[in-house]
Design a protein around this ligand. Structure first.
Ligand SMILES: *[C@@H]1O[C@H](CO)[C@@H](O)[C@H](O)[C@H]1NC(C)=O
Ligand SMILES: *[C@@H]1O[C@H](CO)[C@@H](O)[C@H](O)[C@H]1NC(C)=O
Ligand SMILES: *[C@@H]1O[C@H](CO)[C@@H](O)[C@H](O)[C@H]1NC(C)=O
Length: 754
């Protein structure tokens, strides 16, 4: 391989040089194409972008100021203004300047892979990344996505998505990381670091309060100060600490003002309190004004036109006019441009960043580069690592090919989509579900269905029968009755509001399984006393059949992406011991949740900080499956817990508390465990009964043990004090709970901060 590596380095150097030359796009395409014709060279080129050095914001600002200083007002305005929907190759393209030179930037969906492109991977959704509770795996996901975006010439990936799963029916919940701000924050940080290690800007979104799709462009959400900081702003604070290049403001209004012109959300919270130094871009058509947006802190309007293809803009000429009229200060426009240019320098994009070599709207213009490398391995691993085992009676799983001779696979969700591999923006729910719908999607290069994955893994040692229908109940019963084990596949989907699928306009209308899946499950369970249910879902569903004695196992692969069937087979056959955890609460009934989708034009987040499991804990409601829950094929014991105040007291900004625990694998399989740390605060902090403040994925061979170590710093020990408007570490006694879920606490230990 060595000679290829050397060769590809040279190729890459040529490409950088070539793309830096100012030449028409089409010429660049063909030149790049010649150089990258050999497949191996392509792969090496893709993989070699590893860990591009990043400038500090200070250094990036020095360079940016020098460049922007030489720009006219029109030029500064130009780089803040998108070219308009479908004008450029990407879903968002900003204007360029010549003399001084600053290129058009390519901004492209989505949080899980490059949308409207071919030759790219379509991996696990954000909600699955969170379910892995595996920081390293989440980081690697960010890295491979970043490398693909870079190889396609995309400057900014429009992700991660980090809105809270406040109402479980929220249509885009699956794009993000679940119901707990701490978990969302960790997943966001790892994703951002991964993406940006490839020199691609990450775009954290959506600031703020876009927790549902219904009326998202019209309504106003009201979030009290404590809840804002402790829940909704928390992941953005962590993203700023992780040096995220850009943040996207949301469609909705915050406290009566559109998010993209909210002085409070952008200037006060984000740029003021959090010290964000990158640029704020609008969600697509979320800009509603010239002066108010510019003065409210918006730095770039996307896709640039007022409405798609309207040909006009709130920025562009309007912004120049406002500067000349004195309603927007020129310093503000200088700041807007400086933030954009600084982000570009910070990510090293001045060093030969490739130009877009694909076209979202005119695919025939693209080079069709295959940039997938071997990312399918990562996707398969993460698919298995994010498959939650909810129930496993009589240890029916893992499947053993010596004991199981016949397997019946039932349900349309086990098979291919009869309408084709990729319907437009995945706005359909036919065949196996492996991602939701809307702009947060990427076309599958292929989809390994559950049926294929299981058949491939079972080989010829098992007889497999199949019925890829949800409605043929009679055949389902017949096949199930003839098999040793029946696997029944069901799903529940959701997405973005611009597509309505089977009556669901983005948000789900209910939490039931789609296509009458409960009926199918019950019919199969009636016919076979070794029934296993597999649920592909965007979030919680109701499970009225859960305690049926014939239903021995429930497997929850969520939205596993292109390797769906392989990663499922890895878990079903025990090649991977499941370790994933629910990043949300599955309630017994819809009414148990703290928040629903609202149809009001103005509404309050009345549950306050008690989002998700915090509500269930506070109200003493038993969920069906709690946040953090997930089974393994082996058994773990938690022994020898300790907690110490390593350093400082409540007044010390370097205060540090450490906890550790020994995890013993006392079962029959090697496997990973996810110990979680929840913290109970002194009462003055007005916190929920317990909040997540740490988790680790620890691999332990059977009969062996391994330690898990947790460090809690000032942020983790703080609450937001609304009297002083500051984060404060309270004095007094804390209780630290270590467990395998939010309700399976193994040890509770107290410590005191003076
Ligand atoms: C603005 O950007 C467009 C698109 O890149 C470019 O064609 C135009 O020349 C730019 N105008 C100015 C004033 O820089
Ligand atoms: C300026 O903004 C107004 C809306 O405020 C819009 O109607 C008009 O078309 C815009 N002008 C340009 C040149 O884009
Ligand atoms: C399960 O079904 C098999 C085949 O119909 C039957 O022989 C067996 O007795 C059943 N076991 C239980 C526990 O119901």
């Amino acid at each position: 391989m060595r000679h290829i590596l050397v060769a590809s380095t040279i190729v890459a150097a040529f490409v950088c040089h070539a793309t830096a030359k100012p030449s028409p796009l089409d010429q660049d395409f063909s030149y790049t194409h010649q150089l990258l014709s050999a497949n191996e060279e392509q792969e090496q080129n893709i993989n070699q972008a590893n860990h591009v050095p990043m400038l500090s914001w200070d250094d990036a600002y020095v360079k940016a100021r020098a460049l922007v200083q030489a720009m006219s007002i029109e030029q500064k305005v130009n780089i803040t203004t998108g070219l308009g929907w479908t004008v450029g190759p990407c879903v968002g393209n900003s204007g360029r300047t010549t003399g001084p030179d600053f290129p058009e930037l390519c901004l492209q969906d989505s949080p899980l892979g490059a949308r409207y492109a071919d030759g790219v991977s379509s991996g696990v959704a954000g909600i699955n990344a969170a379910a892995s509770f595996d920081k390293e795996a989440i980081r690697r996901r960010g890295e491979y996505m970043g490398s693909e975006f870079r190889a396609k010439g995309i400057n900014a990936q429009l992700g991660p998505s980090m809105n809270m799963m406040r109402a479980p029916q929220g249509g885009r919940n699956w794009e993000a990381f679940g119901e707990d701000p701490y978990l969302v924050g960790v997943a966001a940080v790892e994703t951002i670091r991964g993406i940006q290690s490839q020199g691609v800007m990450a775009v954290a979104k959506h600031l703020i309060g876009n927790e549902q799709e219904t009326n998202r462009q019209l309504h106003s959400v009201h979030i009290d100060e404590k809840t804002m900081h402790e829940v909704y702003l928390w992941p953005f604070a962590r993203s700023v600490e992780a040096d995220v290049a850009s943040i996207m403001c949301s469609y909705n209004k915050i406290n009566g003002v559109y998010a993209c012109e909210s002085d409070y959300a952008i200037n006060h919270l984000l740029k003021g309190q959090l010290g964000f130094r990158g640029f704020v871009q609008s969600d697509w058509s979320a800009t509603h004004s010239t002066e108010d947006s510019a003065n409210g802190g918006l730095d770039m309007t996307m896709p640039g036109d007022i409405t798609f293809n309207s040909g006009d803009s709130y920025f562009g000429k309007n912004l120049t006019r406002a500067v000349k009229a004195g309603t927007v200060h020129e310093d503000r426009v200088t700041d807007m441009a400086t933030r954009i240019v600084a982000a570009w320098y910070k990510l090293g994009q001045d060093q030969g960043f490739p130009q877009p070599n694909f076209d979202s709207f005119r695919p025939e213009r693209g080079l069709h580069l295959d940039v997938q490398g071997d990312h399918k391995r990562e996707i398969r691993q993460l698919g298995a690592a994010s498959t939650v085992l909810l129930k496993n009676n009589d240890n029916i799983l893992p499947l053993s090919s010596s004991q199981t001779r016949t397997l019946s696979i039932i349900g349309a969700d086990a098979g291919p989509n009869p309408k084709g591999l990729n319907c437009e923006d995945h706005g359909c729910n036919d065949g196996s579900l492996a991602q939701g719908w809307g702009s947060g999607t990427a076309n599958y290069p292929y989809l390994i269905t559950p049926l294929e994955g299981i058949k491939h893994r079972a080989g010829n040692r098992m007889t497999i029968t199949e019925l890829l229908s949800d409605t043929d109940i009679a055949t389902a019963k017949k096949l199930a009755s003839e098999a040793d084990i029946a696997l029944v596949f069901v799903n529940a989907n959701s997405g973005e509001e611009f597509i309505t699928v089977e009556g669901h306009k983005g948000d789900r209308n209910h939490l039931n399984i789609w296509h009458d899946g409960d009926k199918l499950i019950e019919a199969v369970a009636e016919a076979n006393n070794n029934t296993i249910v597999v649920v592909h879902s965007v979030g919680p569903v109701l499970m009225p059949w859960l305690n049926h004695p014939h239903i021995k196992a429930v497997v929850w692969p969520g939205l596993p992406g292109q390797e769906s069937g392989n990663s499922l087979a890895d878990v079903l056959f025990g090649d991977v011991n499941p370790s994933a955890r629910l990043p949300y609460t599955i309630a017994q009934k819809l009414q148990d949740y703290p928040a629903k989708i609202s149809n009001d034009m103005s509404f309050h987040y009345t549950e306050g900080v008690h989002v998700g499991y915090r509500w269930f804990d506070k109200q003493s409601i038993d969920p069906l499956f709690e946040f953090g829950y997930g089974l393994s094929y082996t058994r773990f014991e938690y022994v020898d817990p300790r907690v110490v105040v390593v350093h400082g007291d409540s007044q010390d900004p370097n205060v540090e508390v450490a906890a550790n625990i020994m995890i013993r694998n006392v079962g029959q399989f090697d496997g990973a465990e996810i110990p979680q740390v929840y913290l109970s605060f002194p009462s003055i902090a007005e916190q929920p009964p317990q909040v997540l403040r740490g988790f680790e994925k620890v691999f332990v061979a059977k009969g062996s043990q391994a330690p898990a170590v947790f460090t809690l710093k000032k942020t983790d020990l703080s609450y937001f004090d609304t009297n002083t408007h500051k984060w404060v570490v309270p004095k007094g006694e804390f209780v630290l709970h270590i467990g395998s879920s939010s309700r399976n606490i193994k040890h509770s230990l107290s410590f005191t901060l003076n």
